[in-house]
Design a protein around this ligand. Structure first.
Ligand SMILES: Cc1cc2nc3c(=O)[nH]c(=O)nc-3n(C[C@H](O)[C@H](O)[C@H](O)COP(=O)(O)OP(=O)(O)OC[C@H]3O[C@@H](n4cnc5c(N)ncnc54)[C@H](O)[C@@H]3O)c2cc1C
Length: 311
């Protein structure tokens, strides 16, 4: 193969998390020349276990991705550890990699995930994914019946405080930066019905003993014994490449995401997106499924364009 053909792929998948690897598996098995470019910073990297994925419940996220990488290699898919720094639209897409390589792609899948912007409370970032959690579906069962704290980021955090009461009857809602008056009568009634204690006042930090969360320290000096803290990170979708390509975006209270159809096709012809790059609530199983859908749509799209060109 000459250099032009060597650097030209049917599909470049940006991101090698569950969405990107799942897409790559389908593309490889459909005999499409595919490159995955992965910066190697999956969203759940801080967590030692992954829950709720049927047949893989409890597996480590790193092990899950390693298995995926091994599977795509069987079908000739290439994977490079690099970051896509730029993309441009032409007859093919031109994809620039941070390390300097430039490749061309007939179709693109953007599976770049999202970043969690954590509340600025000392200790929260260090313990995220361990005993500072964000999602009871991911980590609720494992800490069931323990004393939970919930750190309010806004009045909308009431929903999280109510939800986690499904997993423990000992929940304290720390209002932190939220004034008590911001809670509606319905909020207060529901919190009371769920048995959630409401504690006003700023949270100054976490109490850690022997590398375990044991409590919350408030600015007034008081401490509250808790072994689990739920927080509500601000989702920051990694959609810069899609915006660069001119994809229509949709602003939501949980970040700005591309407008996509049921297969993940964006408003830019030839560009699909999947996983947390299209929505903050995409769990691992959804991300993998979204990657599959996008890949299957691309396989059909490439074939039709080749047949049309041949007649
Ligand atoms: C602490 C924590 C625990 C969680 N636990 C669970 C759980 O138990 N069960 C569950 O179902 N879900 C869980 N989740 C959610 C889960 O992390 C996401 O559903 C999943 O990661 C989404 O997959 P993705 O492929 O869309 O994105 P990611 O897994 O984030 O993968 C995106 C990949 O793209 C790469 N990337 C980004 N930009 C570029 C670029 N420009 N060039 C190249 N590569 C790029 C990133 O480095 C990353 O490797 C958890 C999340 C967190 C934060």
């Amino acid at each position: 193969m000459n250099e032009f053909h060597n650097n030209r792929y049917d599909v470049v998948v940006v991101g090698g998390g569950p969405a990107g690897l799942s897409a790559a598996l389908v593309l490889g098995r459909a005999r499409r020349r595919t490159l995955v470019v992965d910066a190697g910073e999956p969203r759940n990297a801080s967590s030692s276990h992954m829950q709720g994925y049927l047949s893989r419940d409890g597996m480590s996220p790193a092990e899950f991705l390693a298995a995926g990488r091994e599977e795509i290699a069987r079908y000739g898919v290439e994977l490079v550890r690099d970051r896509v720094s730029d993309v441009a639209r032409g007859e093919d897409f031109t994809v620039a990699l941070e390390a300097g390589r430039e490749v061309r792609a007939r179709r693109l899948i953007v599976a770049t995930g999202l970043k969690d912007e954590l509340p600025d409370v000392p200790g929260v970032a260090e313990r995220f994914g361990r005993d500072v959690l964000h999602c009871p579906f991911c980590h609720g069962w494992e800490v069931r019946d323990e004393p939970f704290g919930v750190l309010a980021s806004s009045a909308a955090s009431v929903h999280q405080a109510l939800m986690v009461s499904q997993w423990s009857k000992d929940v304290t809602f720390f209002l932190h930066a939220v004034a008590e008056e911001e809670l509606s009568d319905q909020d207060l009634r529901r919190l009371a019905a769920a048995g959630v204690a409401v504690v006003p006042g700023e949270v100054a930090g976490l109490v850690i003993d022997d590398d375990r969360l044991t409590g919350m320290r408030l600015a007034d000096g008081s401490t509250h014994a808790r072994s689990v803290l739920y927080v509500g990170p601000r989702p920051v979708p990694q959609t810069g490449l899609l915006q660069k390509l001119g994809a229509e975006m949709n602003e939501t209270p949980f970040g700005t995401y591309p407008v996509v159809d049921a297969t993940g096709l964006t408003t830019v012809p030839g560009v699909w997106a999947a996983g947390n790059a299209i929505g903050f609530a995409e769990q691992v199983i959804h991300a993998a499924s979204g990657g599959y859908r996008a890949a299957a749509a691309i396989v059909g799209d490439l074939l039709m364009s080749e047949l049309d060109a041949a007649v």
